[in-house]
Design a protein around this ligand. Structure first.
Ligand code: NAD
Length: 355
């Protein structure tokens, strides 16, 4: 099969982790007889330096024409003082909106080999951590009006019923494929948009009688994720709450460097990226963990290209790497074999077997 993949290396550790992921994809192509054609796309700080724009129209078009997009990360201190409308993160928001990818899936699953890397008590980890956060991605406060008038700053949080309904359906459908428990997270004791969210979720619940729907306030959810993560199967929530909760959820599984994500809209052309940022503090040192990006590529194979065996092969290669005790610095624990970013990519590539 021939697939055109738009590749955004971005800033900071972005190029390092993406390069390792392309090694893995190349080996998948070799083993399974596919051709992956990579189209380089500039986005983020590097695009500001080159074009004065974090995502010029020509670069966005390359993404829209591709079969899917693989992204490292964007941003860094160097671009902190550029005016708000050309900050690196604006490129990312424009890309998500341009692709219409309204549903962001972030698994929070502890690899048994990494149980020691979780900051939670062993007794909590032993109950199991395996849930998915379904986050609305192109609405809410990140996409509302932003302005500063004198000494007052304003950010608008707005959701329509149709925006809530389409992400709600993804939540219910995701739960149907798992343990059929959906927790809708909002702040309905304070926010109108959350009261609408709750109303729509309960209306949808009638259409999914096999799924058990519960409600939770976001502040309570933040506590429950560390107190009793085993209670969750699927969480569905709005953009900003999902952003924050998924970072929290990633930490309890060991490292933010391990967690992949997929973002999809109405078509199979998706955006695949690790959930972490550009980690400028460790950029260029060959110590970043590329696994979040490698597992994002596995999600791309599964969800956008329907290459299920290939996706399993990548995940099994990661598991074999962990089994053998290899660890990048972020997940290093006693007895582990310390490796760098490149070596991690090499070992996972060598571990790949045709399933
Ligand atoms: P970050 O996720 O980049 O880093 C947080 C911490 O986690 C750092 O200590 C970092 O070293 C570590 N870390 C992150 N990824 C790692 C990996 N793969 N391996 C090992 N350690 C890893 O968050 P931040 O420091 O708040 O943000 C840095 C920059 O990234 C900012 O400019 C921010 O705006 C941007 N950002 C971009 C995205 C994105 O591109 N999707 C997401 C979040 C933040």
């Amino acid at each position: 099969m021939l697939k055109n993949i738009a590749v955004i290396r971005g800033d900071g550790i972005g190029p390092e982790i993406v390069n390792e992921t392309l090694k893995v994809l190349d080996r998948v192509a070799e083993l399974y007889g596919h051709t992956f054609n990579y189209i380089d796309v500039d986005m983020g700080g590097c695009a500001i330096d080159k074009y004065g724009d974090p995502l010029p129209e020509t670069e966005l078009k390359k993404c829209l024409k591709s079969d899917s997009v693989l992204l490292g990360a964007v941003g860094g201190e160097k671009w902190n003082d550029v005016p708000g409308n050309i900050r690196p993160e604006k490129g990312l928001l424009r890309l998500r909106a341009g692709m219409g990818v309204y549903s962001n899936i972030r698994p929070a699953k502890i690899w048994p080999q990494l149980a020691d890397a979780s900051p939670l008590k062993k007794s909590i980890v032993e109950q199991g951590i395996d849930f998915i956060i379904v986050r609305e991605l192109i609405g809410g406060i990140y996409f509302g009006e932003h302005k500063t008038e004198g000494d007052t700053a304003i950010d608008v949080l707005k959701y329509s019923e149709s925006e809530i309904e389409r992400i709600g359906r993804i939540g219910f459908e995701t739960a149907q494929k798992r343990n059929k428990k959906l927790c809708s997270v909002e702040k309905s004791n304070v926010l109108d948009s959350s009261r609408l969210w709750k109303k729509v979720m309960h209306r949808l619940a009638d259409e999914y009688p096999d799924v058990e729907l519960s409600d939770m306030l976001v502040d309570n959810c933040a506590m429950q994720i560390v107190k009793n993560p085993a209670q969750f199967d699927v969480i569905v929530t709005e953009n900003m709450f999902g952003d924050i909760l998924s970072d929290e959820a990633s930490m309890i599984t060991g490292s933010i460097g391990m967690i992949p994500s997929s973002s999809l809209g109405a078509t199979t052309c998706g955006l695949y990226e690790p959930i972490h940022g550009s980690a400028p503090d460790i950029a260029g040192k060959d110590i970043a963990n590329p696994i979040g990006t490698i597992l994002s590529a596995a999600m791309m194979l599964r969800f956008s290209f329907d290459m299920l065996k290939e996706a399993d092969a990548v995940e099994n290669a990661v598991s074999a790497y962990l089994d053998k005790g290899y660890r990048t610095a972020d997940i290093m624990s006693e007895g582990g074999k310390l490796v760098g970013c490149k070596q991690c990519g090499d070992i996972i590539t060598q571990n790949l077997r045709k399933e």
